[in-house]
Design a protein around this ligand. Structure first.
Ligand code: UD1
Length: 422
């Protein structure tokens, strides 16, 4: 298993290009199942999760070609040869559940394994299922699989989500595009990935209004066509790299980033004393002198502070001047990075969904273990600011969501290298 070795050093300087969003791409790819014409995605990130989704789509009979070194994906789902999303693929990645809505909407039946993914809490899929039931689907859970049927096709309905779910909104949105009549999704997720999916579906011929707000209205159409769509920039990769100069000083411009993707996060950086400004090419972040100030953070659905940046923000707070309280409101088991940061000398007290971090002057490098995708990158960020060498083990988590991390950070002056393991 590969490891990443980071040696703490001085300020960073330069530019980091931001890739297309993993989470957007993972929901755009299953949209190919809605049409028998090709869907082309440009600005796709080159990540292992994308390969997993390609393998899943191929197992259903779709053709997926990667062009331009993986930056362009051309998918074609002329006819599906299988409607079973097998446990062996689905267990690797929770986003696999997103093939359920499209397959059901197109062909009236689908069998999808219940998902796995990052170990950050129970993460059920009840909201996905409830939404499809509201559109007339008949569902049965048998031996770890969801068996879904809609023999006469899905029908428009009203779905009132009891809590905001990105994935359930995406599944329902895709399914509703081919349902008969009008579907209204209330308390829908407002994440930029939802807007990106709606944009792509509109290019394919779908009739959707209200994406980006809590109520999305979809007028079903008989069929969707092909389209070419650029994947939106990855706001989580953006926020992660914005934290690099915040943690170890210097000035970095994140190319392709926009403030509207990371509004609440920018406000926290500002409160911590970090300079953030939008340029014509992206977002420039700089930290001049002195320690950052402690700030409190509560994770919330968009436009609130994203849970996917909580671990990285905690890494920043580990060396802040003062005490900060980080409240995790989205996932119940998302502080697994805390004990690892404490191995590096951080002072963190975790009680339930609250972590209290008392900043220290400097962290010390140590061997640490990546426990999930965002946790692994938080340890790399912490390593950038630590004295000595930090060895981050189990980096396969990182490769699920960060493209060329060593190269991107190395190019702005970080001392970081990958060591191949057995
Ligand atoms: C997506 C993102 C993930 C991010 C999360 C929250 C992808 C591929 N992943 O995950 O990176 O951390 O949004 O921004 O886009 N829930 C239920 N029942 C359900 C579905 C969700 O109770 O059927 C709960 C979850 O356990 C969680 C909360 O709802 O507590 C939000 O989860 P959700 O927004 O669905 O996350 P994902 O779409 O899985």
């Amino acid at each position: 298993m590969d490891s990443i070795i980071v040696t703490g050093n001085g300020p960073l300087k330069g530019q980091i290009p931001i890739a297309g969003a993993k989470n957007a791409c993972l929901t755009l790819m299953p949209a190919t199942l809605l049409s028998d014409e090709p869907l082309t995605l440009t600005n796709a990130p080159r990540l292992s999760d994308i390969k997993t989704m390609s393998a899943l789509l191929e197992s259903l009979g779709a053709e997926v070609s990667q062009l331009q070194d993986g930056k362009v994906l051309v998918m074609s789902s002329h006819a599906l040869s299988s409607h079973v999303a097998d446990y062996d693929i689905v267990r690797k990645m929770r986003a696999s559940i997103l093939v359920l809505g499209p397959m059901l909407a197109r062909d009236g039946h689908a069998v999808v394994s219940l998902p796995g993914g990052c170990a950050i809490g129970a993460r059920p899929v009840d909201l996905h299922l409830r939404a499809l039931e509201a559109m007339g689907a008949e569902l049965e859970l048998k031996e770890g699989y969801v068996h879904a049927k809609a023999p006469n096709g899905l029908k428009g309905g009203t779905v009132d989500f009891p809590l905001v779910s990105v994935g359930a909104t995406e599944n329902a949105l895709m399914a509703a595009t081919l349902a008969k009549g009008t579907t209204v999704l209330k308390n829908a997720a407002r994440e930029p990935e939802i807007v990106d999916l709606a944009d792509c579906l509109r290019r394919m011929g779908a009739q959707i209004e209200g994406d980006g707000t809590g109520t999305i209205t979809i007028q079903g159409v008989d069929r969707l066509g092909g389209a070419t769509h650029p994947v939106v920039a990855d706001r989580i990769e953006l926020g992660t790299y914005m934290l690099a100069p915040a943690i170890c000083g210097g000035e970095v411009e994140c190319l392709g980033g926009r403030i509207n993707l990371v509004g609440a996060f920018c406000e926290k950086l500002d409160a911590a004393g970090i300079d953030v400004s939008e340029t014509d090419k992206g977002i420039k972040v700089s930290r001049k002198n002195g320690r950052v100030k402690s700030v409190d953070v509560t994770t919330e659905p968009f436009p609130g502070f994203p849970t996917d940046l909580q671990a990285q923000m905690m890494a920043l707070m580990c060396t802040a001047d003062g005490t900060s309280v980080l409240e995790e409101k989205i996932f119940e088991n998302r502080f697994m990075h805390a004990p690892e940061l404490m191995r590096m000398g951080a002072h963190i007290d975790v009680h339930g969904g609250t972590a209290t971090v008392t900043g220290v002057e400097r962290l010390k490098g140590a061997p640490v273990m990546a426990t999930d995708l965002r946790a692994s990158v938080s340890l790399i960020l912490a390593g950038l600011a630590a004295e000595g060498e930090t060895i981050v083990n189990r980096v396969y988590h990182l490769d699920r969501g960060y493209e060329s991390v060593e190269e991107k950070l190395g190019n702005v002056g970080a001392r970081i290298e990958r060591v191949s393991g057995q």
